[in-house]
Design a protein around this ligand. Structure first.
Ligand code: COA
Length: 254
């Protein structure tokens, strides 16, 4: 079974992260499969809406940490880069259905979704600093705009977790529903969008995102810092600690 499931249900292209045994941690192959699905959605007129969710109890635990370790040993660009470009430039509307924890890029990607429906069990965490990293997906630009400077700092500097209701109150989740109702609600929102005139929906999305011309530049700027941070001794300690199921010790780094 593939780690990303892509199915078309009428006018809605559903993309599901499907690696539940690893909490849907994202590998290079998974990013590539989602990029292909986004391109297909924009090229195929029969697709009017994209719906993104995860299989199991986690939306996604973010980038695969083993993959981070491999990347850190090479000079290759991160797999996330084409994903972030495709996500931030997707022309068709994107509905995200968050079924549990959304960690790292699992949360940052939501700032690019148009409608976010969260299950009551959803939890949002961006633990970049505690991994010796910096934020990505232009979250350092978009989260202060979405929730304000201090709240963005609690999320991005401290890595404070947020539950579904708080995320709705802070403005980056539209609606919180019972876990059992998540997909029905998300599919019904997707169906409403799909029934509207497609050109009008596309142009409206484009207008709403018109103030985001600075996003590609910020994505690139963050990724440059991110690449350096991936190779830092602090990140190496954090990744080792994760593999060894212990707390990292950053006391020897200045
Ligand atoms: N990368 C690689 N593997 C991951 C992963 C990730 N981001 N998240 C979870 N996994 C793996 C675990 O190593 C474990 O593998 P194992 O069964 O071979 O030991 C498996 O998925 C289950 O995870 P586990 O930690 O046992 O489940 P949990 O319910 O106790 O906790 C999470 C779930 C998501 C809260 C926890 O796994 C976690 O914090 N993951 C890391 C999140 C993270 O820091 N992501 C990077 C953000 S930039």
């Amino acid at each position: 079974m593939s780690d990303v499931l892509v199915t078309q249900a009428g006018p809605v292209l559903e993309i599901l992260f499907n690696r539940p045994e690893k909490k849907n941690a994202l590998t290079g192959a998974m990013y590539a499969a989602v990029v292909d699905a986004f391109h297909r959605a924009d090229e195929d007129a029969s697709v009017r809406v994209v719906l993104l969710s995860g299989v199991g109890d986690t939306f996604t635990s973010g980038n695969d940490i083993k993959d981070f370790q491999t990347r850190a040993a090479t000079d290759e660009p991160t797999h996330a880069s084409p994903f972030l470009t495709a996500l931030s430039s997707l022309a068709k509307p994107l509905v995200a259905a968050v079924n549990g924890a959304a960690i790292g890029v699992g949360t940052t990607m939501l700032a690019h979704a148009d409608i976010v429906i969260a299950a009551r069990s959803a939890r949002f965490v961006m633990p970049f600093t505690s991994l010796g990293l910096v934020p990505e997906a232009a979250s350092s630009l978009l989260f202060p705009r979405l929730v304000g400077h201090q709240r963005a700092s609690a999320l991005l500097l401290l890595g404070d977790p947020l539950d579904a209701e708080a995320a709705r109150d802070w403005g980056f989740v539209n609606q919180v529903v019972a876990d059992a109702d998540l997909m029905t609600t998300a599919r019904s929102v997707a169906a409403r969008l799909a029934a509207l005139p497609a050109a009008s929906v596309r142009q409206t999305k484009d207008l709403i995102k018109n103030g985001r011309q600075d996003v590609p530049g910020r994505i690139a700027e963050e990724l440059e810092l991110f690449r350096d941070r991936l190779r830092s001794p602090e990140a190496a300690e954090a990744f080792r600690a994760f593999a060894e199921k212990r707390k990292p010790d950053f006391s020897r780094f200045s």
